[in-house]
Design a protein around this ligand. Structure first.
Ligand code: SAH
Length: 394
């Protein structure tokens, strides 16, 4: 028998709208079961609505992975059930992203693929898994078996570094069965990248900027380009391959800069590239006026929690103001925020503030988001996290 979570009367609306999170205030009684257990959610007439993972440590007491009015038993959620979801996700990526020019992408995007607590990224024949919910830890064997069935032999589990997370999720970082020597060489839109899934940031590479990097490529010809917060030179490789005149990558991480230099060499574009391991706030403050034609600002999430929004907004405003003030007449600024806690409207307001203070004329020429392999469930708008604006500055 599955444990049953009963909703308060009138609190089933968001579930009827398929929103996959249940907050503690919506339920009649909390359950005394282990976090991660699969449960059945019913309305106050005891009719099943959904099935999900329970969590007694969080305000979000349940994350739903299946909406169904049928009475289902625990046996229903077997390997075949999870394989079906993962196969569906893989087919979508094969349809949309994977081809002879691109062999890396996101395979499972948590709620976006009805797999709460699971992130999986494909790097050629390897998959890097992040397990972010106790429930998904409990189904790890099914996930691994499904990935094996789909042809992925090399699976690396990447745990988050934070101690809070380690207490919660017990699975440690490491390869399952077979290890793959690092780095892995991948190809994205015909550009080559070395990805170190063990020591790199996130799962090794920022796959969510793939489409946006391609746009940079088409706009870089003959330009002097600054890639600020460059990590391993993703945008720089594309700008150089788009025949930029000169590309500068700046990142505070020495390891990222070393990897950036290697990536430029891999693509035979290192002759036009300079890299600096430096704080971008300082670099932007000290850089010459009127030097860059195209600037990319892709900082890490400044607002990792709702409490940090004000400080984060100041940070975004500062870097945008410096870039807008100093970019050449007619220049192009690509500016991003990946903070979940800063929505599209707020980000635009922050950039508006920077534009107004810069005194420049600023036109929005593109509004960007995450690519198709990072899908957003229409019922879970919180899944949209990447915001980008491309600005023409005169
Ligand atoms: N644009 C990159 C991803 C950037 S991730 C890509 O397409 O791959 C954000 C990067 O900002 C990380 O590499 C991190 O090391 C760097 N970073 C964080 N704070 C920084 C700072 N103050 N100055 C410079 N780089 C910083």
């Amino acid at each position: 028998m599955l444990p049953i979570l009963e909703l308060k009367s009138g609190r089933e609306r968001s579930l009827n709208n398929k929103h996959p999170w249940i907050f503690s205030g919506a339920v009649k009684n909390l359950l005394t079961i282990e976090t991660g257990t699969i449960i059945k959610v019913v309305d106050n007439k005891k009719t099943p609505i959904a099935y999900g993972f329970y969590d007694k440590q969080s305000q979000i007491v349940c994350k739903i992975f299946l909406f169904s009015n049928q009475e289902l038993l625990i046996e229903y959620f077997d390997e075949q059930f999870w394989f079906h979801k993962i196969q569906k996700a893989f087919m979508l990526r094969r349809e949309l992203v994977l081809n002879e020019n691109t062999n890396c992408c996101r395979l499972l995007h948590a709620e976006g693929d009805e797999m709460p607590g699971v992130i999986a990224d494909i790097y050629n024949n390897a998959v890097v898994l992040q397990i972010l919910h106790k429930g998904s830890e409990f189904i790890l064997d099914h996930i691994v078996a499904s990935l094996n069935k789909l042809g992925f032999e090399y699976i690396y589990i990447k745990s988050k570094e934070s101690s809070k997370h380690i207490e919660y999720i017990s699975v440690a970082s490491g390869w399952i069965n077979k290890a793959l020597p690092q780095p892995i060489e991948v190809i994205e839109n015909g550009c080559k990248f070395n990805v170190n899934v063990e020591s790199g940031q996130k799962t090794g590479f920022f796959l969510d900027q793939r489409d946006n990097r391609l746009l940079v490529k088409t706009m870089s010809k003959g330009k002097t380009v600054l890639n600020a917060f460059s990590y391993t030179a993703g945008f720089s490789v594309y700008a150089a391959k788009g025949e930029a005149k000169h590309v500068v990558s700046v990142d505070i991480s020495k390891d990222a800069i070393e990897a950036a230099n290697i990536n430029m060499q891999l693509n035979n574009v290192d002759h036009m590239h300079v890299s600096k391991a430096e704080d971008c706030f300082k670099y932007l403050k000290d850089m010459e006026d009127n030097y860059y034609d195209l600037i990319i600002l892709d900082p890490p999430a400044f607002a990792k929690s709702a409490k940090m929004v004000n400080n984060a907004a100041r940070g975004y405003k500062e870097i945008n103001l410096m870039a807008l003030k100093k970019i050449k007449e007619g220049g192009i600024l690509f500016t991003y925020s990946c903070s979940k806690n800063i929505d599209r409207d707020l980000f635009r307001k922050i950039v508006f503030g920077a534009a107004a203070d810069s005194g420049r004329t600023v036109q929005i020429i593109y509004q960007l988001t995450q690519p198709s392999d990072h899908p957003i469930s229409i019922y879970h708008p919180e899944g949209e996290y990447l915001k980008g604006l491309v600005l023409k500055v005169t």
